[in-house]
Design a protein around this ligand. Structure first.
Ligand SMILES: C[S@@+](CC[C@H](N)C(=O)[O-])C[C@H]1O[C@@H](n2cnc3c(N)ncnc32)[C@H](O)[C@@H]1O
Length: 512
């Protein structure tokens, strides 16, 4: 239990009847920073508290409380520790909030940290609560900071897709055994949020999730996009498993997620128009989370083929390099299965990053979620900066174009009334109609703002009008980027990789 270390200011002994007044005097709504209670008191639990501090015969060993900011305002977040599991719940931040009032009564000891003082307590054998007040050692973080830290999907409000997928109940309470998944979904949405900031808000978005599985994250993505007001979106999940895909499509239908759909198929054989039935259109973001072994590479090849501006990939198990790795200086690591496996993972992910860099992506490796949830926790985040700049520039010029068109229309109305300059006005109106049809086209996924892409599939899904010169999508074995990839793998004794073979097969990696 954290010790309050400030100089002592006062000490008092309170009977159970005096606790409510004591809590009221703290003014927790304004002052509470953090509280931690430990060791439930023996025999201290009346029957009505069983659900709060005892679950499935496990007694709560620790309770942590802190204020957080959610949509509905400031709340008290309680973290209950039951054996190896933690369980979270929000309450109104009041002195009689159950975990606070009952926690003070039912735990043997603890400290309530406020802006005004730290209150350390423990229960004596005479059933008196001895409270030592010290100078404050913690300050409440600014609400803005708190807000950033709070989850994007808040617990306490039922969120339809999480209810459908069995993560929370209809009152918005996350099932304890699904808390890790809930946390993972939220973490994932933080990365999505970062990536979406790179696109103009008005841009139609087409996102493909490869190896979507039961699609917690795909549904979360769609929910997030809708909640943030993105209306022109198409999200496609692809998976090998027919039954899982059928379940996901049925769930999307029940949720009325009209622009979310799932397809059965192998990543390597997926074509853009299979996903949407729409005109060829480069996916803006490729997601692949824990797709098995080389499935991640298949997803990267697709993203490279399309020149997708954003890639978020969390690789899963890797087998391809495991048996190949040789590196005399690393023999001590490669000798043992467990360390060899970890090394194979690192080499695989590093080589993927090198390949993406060779194709012009800026790449970061980010910890996706802490190791306690999954050891497969490295997110490869790759941005095609030139494509993102191009998209922003197009959106900007479309905005400017539309402002000019409006002013031209105004001018033409005046000119028409004067029966002069009508030819110029017509041309301005044509321009405006063209833009309107472009924005209608975008509902079916045509990417460029202010420009209409012709319908129909372009060779290999590449569409040159998307702003990336063709030559940037082809890599030659003599290119320094590719040399860096190969030299790295040569060092580790790894021969031609699936990634190289696939890139060669689809014509993105050429001998000369
Ligand atoms: C571990 S699950 C991950 C599911 C989901 N992305 C998530 O993170 O919760 C991996 C999924 O990838 C799918 N998968 C593996 N290889 C694939 C391939 N070549 N094409 C399509 N799906 C694939 C599997 O069927 C499985 O559902």
């Amino acid at each position: 239990m954290p010790e309050a270390v400030g100089p002592m200011k006062a000490r008092r002994m309170l009977s159970p009847d005096q606790l409510a007044d004591f809590l009221a005097s703290l003014d927790v709504k304004e002052t509470l920073v953090y509280a931690v209670f430990s060791r439930l008191r023996e025999g201290a639990l009346p029957a009505e508290d069983e659900s709060l501090f005892v679950r499935q015969e496990l007694r709560c060993s620790k309770l942590k409380l802190r204020p957080i900011t959610l949509k509905g305002g400031i709340q008290l977040q309680a973290e209950f520790q039951f054996g190896p599991r933690t369980f979270h719940q929000q309450y109104p931040l009041t002195p009689d909030a159950p975990p606070l009032a009952k926690g003070l009564r039912d735990f043997s000891e603890g400290t309530i940290f406020t802006n005004r003082g730290d209150y350390q307590f423990y229960w004596t054998s005479a059933n008196l609560c001895r409270i030592t007040e010290r100078a404050p050692t913690k300050a409440r973080e600014s609400l803005a900071h708190n807000r950033q830290k709070s989850y994007l999907l808040a617990e306490g409000e039922p969120i339809p897709f999480l209810v459908e997928l069995g993560v929370m109940d209809t009152s918005g309470r996350v099932y304890p055994k699904k808390y890790d998944k809930f946390r993972q979904i939220n973490k994932y949405l933080e990365f999505v949020e970062d990536a979406l900031r790179r696109f103009p808000q008005e841009k139609p978005l087409y996102i493909v999730d490869f190896g979507s599985g039961k699609a917690y994250l795909t549904f979360a993505l769609y929910h997030y996009l809708s909640a943030r007001g993105y209306t022109d979106v198409q999200v496609t999940g692809l998976d090998l498993k027919e039954d899982v895909v059928a379940f996901c499509n049925e769930t999307a239908r029940r949720l009325r997620y009209e622009h979310l759909q799932f397809q059965v198929g192998d990543i390597a054989n997926f074509h853009i128009d299979e996903g949407t039935g729409a005109a060829a259109h480069r996916p803006d973001m490729i997601i692949s989370l824990h797709a098995c072994d080389i499935a991640t590479d298949a997803a990267l090849v697709k993203a490279l083929q399309w020149g997708s501006p954003v890639i978020l990939a969390v690789p899963c198990c890797q087998h391809e390099f495991f048996h190949q790795l040789t590196f005399p200086a690393m023999e001590s690591i490669l000798r043992y299965g467990v360390t060899r496996d970890k090394q194979a993972t690192l080499v695989t992910d590093a080589s993927r990053a090198l390949m993406l860099r060779a194709f012009g992506y800026s790449v970061e490796m980010v910890e996706f979620i802490t190791m306690e949830h999954t050891p497969k926790n490295v997110l490869i985040r790759a941005y095609r900066e030139d494509a993102l700049r191009e998209i922003s520039a197009r959106a900007e010029s479309a905005r400017e174009g539309s402002a000019h068109a409006e002013s031209a229309q105004e001018g033409s109305a005046r000119a028409e009334s004067a029966s002069e300059g009508s030819a110029r006005a017509e041309s301005a109106q044509e321009g405006s109609a063209h833009r309107k049809s472009a924005s209608k086209g975008s509902a079916r996924g045509v990417v460029s703002a202010g420009e209409v892409s012709p319908p129909g599939k372009t060779p290999q899904g590449l569409s040159s009008q998307e702003g990336i010169p063709e030559k940037r999508t082809i890599l030659r074995v003599s290119d320094p980027g590719y040399r860096a990839y190969r030299d790295f793998l040569d060092t580790w004794g790894v021969g031609r990789t699936y990634l190289e073979l696939e890139l060669t097969r689809v014509g993105l990696l050429k001998e000369s």
